[in-house]
Every structure is written in structure tokens, then in C-alpha cells.
Design a protein around this ligand. Sequence first.
Ligand code: SAM
Length: 227
Amino acid sequence: MENLDLYSKVEHLLGIKESTAYLHTLYTELLYNYDIKTLLDLGCGRGELMQTFAKFDIECEGIDLSALMVQKARANGLKVEHKSICEVDKQYDAIVSVFDVLNFVHPDELHDFLDCVHASLKEEGIFVFDVNTLHGFRNVAEGTMMAEEDNLFLCVDALYNDNKLDTKFTLFSQAEDGSYMKEQETITQYFHSLQVFKKLKNFKVVQSAYLNLYDKKDKALIVLIKA
Ligand SMILES: C[S@@+](CC[C@H](N)C(=O)[O-])C[C@H]1O[C@@H](n2cnc3c(N)ncnc32)[C@H](O)[C@@H]1O
């Protein structure tokens, strides 16, 4: 998806390195309590978490809808494919979706998405993910920021309304002749309440906890087990 590719180009300017590392440590510690031999990182991005799991002798694969992210992950020697969860034809002990991946899924498509996650898990397999809380969307994610580095200048403008956050990314890249190229995309993220996951018939919620990433209770971490 093109708008996800622009996200991939600007991710390093967003100042999320520490929060990403925090989340990755959290997932690593959580999964340590389960007997995981095979894992799919759904929405793996550049695949940093996969690199950590590989150290624990866990067989890791990743998928992402951004071709650019997939390219970057593969450059790190990781087994990553550019496809959706519904195109996966293998089953894993665990699937993880780290840092808002489920918020990218439209509410009308969430059940199909979760059915495909279910089909890609072995018996009693687990799905671990985090989502933004309402507070996280309204009071933390909304706003404007700017960042620059070398020949790049980025402006991010995020607005939460009607259960969705629209984030407009505008990137100016300066060429050697001094001219600027402008790229602009809007990424929409959707709020999903915990109730949606609690009501699922084919999964059981085994763990749900608030996280304090940028502020108190701005995210929730959820663990589902295949019923
Ligand atoms: C905020 S990034 C997180 C990346 C990575 N999980 C991490 O922890 O650094 C969200 C990622 O999810 C990907 N993504 C969004 N929706 C997706 C979907 N339906 N299936 C697969 N990947 C998706 C985006 O391309 C992006 O790489």
C-alpha cells in the first residue's frame, strides 16, 4: 500500500525508537512464558522484533503490507513477505502484531482479519497485539509535529474524529540541485474497543492490560488464545 510506504520512509523521523524498543522488550518477556517454536510477525515493519526472537531459536517469519518495509526487513536477512494475513497458508504457535498494527484495520474488515489470524494459528496458538485506547488516540496521538534530517523535512498532522485518527504525512526531500520533491499521504487508524475482542467466539481473551507508552493507559496489550 502506497500510504504505508510513505510511513516506512518517515518512520525514523518520528522519534519512536525508544517506545518501539520498550514494546519489543514487553512482547519478548511475555512470549517467554509460552512454549513458542514458530512465530509470525504480522505487520513486522523492518523486522526488529524478529531479530530478537531469532536469538531465542524461535523460527520467525514476517509479513507486511508495505513493500518498502518488506524490502528493508529482507535487507536484514529476515524471512518476510509482502502479503496479507489472509494469504498465509501456514500455521504458527504464535502471531504478534506490534505497535498499533490492528488500528490500521477498518472495523468492517476486523472480523475477517481475525478469522484469518485464527486460521494461521495452531491449536491453542496465541495472538498478541496492542491497540490504542480512546485516551491514546484523543489525547496522545492527535496533534502536529515536524522533524528534519539531512535532506528530509517532515510535517505530521493527526486529527481524531468519529472513532478514527487521520494522520497526514507531508515529506519534502531536497535533491542535489536544491529543488524539493513533495510526497503526501494520509493514514487512517481506527479505534477498536476491548469488547470487540471479548465477544469473539473463536478466541478467548487470556490477558488484557493497559500500557503506559507516552501517557497513562494510552495503549492496551491483548493476548487471545485460539478456542
Ligand atoms: C507502526 S508500524 C509497526 C511495525 C513493527 N511491528 C514494529 O514493532 O516496529 C505498523 C506496521 O504495520 C503494517 N501494516 C498495517 N496494516 C497491516 C496489515 N493489515 N497487514 C500487514 N501489515 C500491516 C505497516 O505497513 C507497518 O509496517
